[in-house]
Design a binder for this molecule. Structure first.
Ligand SMILES: Cc1ncc(COP(=O)(O)O)c(C=O)c1O
Length: 380
């Protein structure tokens, strides 16, 4: 692996030789680029109305019960429960799994990082799809591990081709289901067929950040998988349907043995108490989840119809976002939409230069987006 030279070699005559000593792979990292914030766009274009559909958040926010929990929170001066016992008990009931098979993370992203810390080094390899969630590559590069990016089949995971890349050095396989940014999903049977052929030394990470939004009947049954395959870890997020992106909380499910290892290396107080309390309320508030699913289905149907009417192709999605083929340069469409006050996501970094990804918003936001897209496409 070739290392890029750092840009600066000294500051005021003092040498920066330590930059040559950083772990291999870090020079190659293109830092994660979050969706643009409303304040960035307000400042740049001096617009009054801005709609942010760039980070797959729940436009409805958290439930009113969660907001009440947050307002009533008083434990600012004490450290959080480092073990997250109350929340784990609730997750255990909902998931039908023992609490010692759950690890909490500062976002599900932290659980992914902990897995990288546990398994990856320059001597080993990872496997994931091209056009998969950017963090898998980042984690592999940060540890100097070689990664295989497998071309997709109809934008979905080509699991048969994953199998062909497995060797003695393979440590982690990442499968986002549904995948971000494509929105494609793998069925329960496809995943089971795949897992039966994966050797026991390989850990398979099934990332279910958008799990609650999925409406297909043949979607995976995660607990059944965890119970039958000890080399699987499932990750889930409170950032999406639960509307708690800003509090940073997610979790991982796996064998007691793996969870014990992840607990050894995480920070002692990795998840703050406010996030734990909010998540414990959120996970039991069924009506907020149902309403959010309903809003998502309605928004998705609206977008599908409007895009079809505009003769614009899209990838059918099981998430709270849709990937749209612009037929032209996606970045140009992204920038033109920004000027109109709509923030979506350009997908150059996902090697999808013609596509943009739009999160499904409220009825008003979806209509606003379509009106602006119609205008932008006709002039691009
Ligand atoms: C597929 C996927 N996995 C994981 C994450 C990380 O979510 P969080 O760390 O907020 O739980 C995201 C965020 O967008 C995602 O799209």
């Amino acid at each position: 692996m070739t290392l890029k030279r750092p840009l600066r070699k000294e500051i005021k005559g003092n040498k920066l030789d330590f930059l040559d000593k950083i772990n291999p792979g870090i020079h190659l990292i293109h830092p994660y680029e979050p969706g643009k914030s409303v304040s960035d766009v307000v400042k740049k274009y001096q617009l009054e109305k801005i709609i942010k559909l760039s980070s797959n958040e729940n436009t409805r926010g958290p439930s009113s019960k969660v907001v009440r929990t947050i307002k009533n929170f008083n434990d600012w001066h004490v450290y959080p429960d480092g073990d997250g016992q109350a929340l784990k008990k609730k997750i255990a009931t909902i998931e039908n799994i023992e609490p010692d098979k759950i690890v909490l993370g500062n976002g599900s992203n932290e659980v992914l990082e902990l897995l990288g810390q546990t398994f990856l080094s320059p001597q080993v390899e990872t496997i994931f799809s091209a056009h998969a969630f950017a963090v898998y590559k980042l984690i592999s590069q940060a540890r100097g591990s070689f990664y295989h990016e497998i071309p997709t089949l109809n934008w979905g995971h080509d699991l048969e081709s994953f199998l062909k890349k497995i060797n003695d050095k393979t440590r982690l396989i990442f499968i986002a289901n549904p995948n971000n940014p494509t929105g494609t999903y793998s069925s329960h049977d496809e995943i089971i067929k795949f897992l039966r052929k994966v050797p026991a030394h390989v850990m398979v990470v099934i990332d279910l950040a958008y799990y609650e939004y999925v409406t297909v009947k043949d979607y995976i049954r995660p607990i059944e998988i965890i119970k039958n395959f000890p080399n699987v870890v499932i990750t889930k997020s409170f950032s999406k349907i639960y509307g708690l992106s800003n509090l940073r909380i997610g979790y991982g499910l796996g064998t007691k043995e793996l969870i014990e290892i992840l607990n050894r290396i995480r920070q002692p107080f990795n998840v703050n108490g406010l996030a734990q309390a909010a998540a414990a309320t959120a996970i039991t508030d069924r009506s907020h989840i149902e309403e959010s699913i309903k809003n998502n289905i309605e928004g998705r149907n609206y977008l599908y119809q409007a895009l079809t009417d505009l003769n614009i192709e899209f990838i059918p999605s099981q998430g709270n976002f849709v990937c749209i083929e612009t037929k032209t340069n996606g970045s140009n469409v992204f920038n033109a939409l920004l000027k109109e006050g709509v923030i979506v996501r350009s997908l150059d970094l996902y090697s999808m230069p013609k596509h943009i990804r739009v999160s499904i918003g409220s009825g008003y936001e979806n209509r606003f987006f379509i009106n602006k897209l119609r205008k932008v496409i006709s002039t691009n």
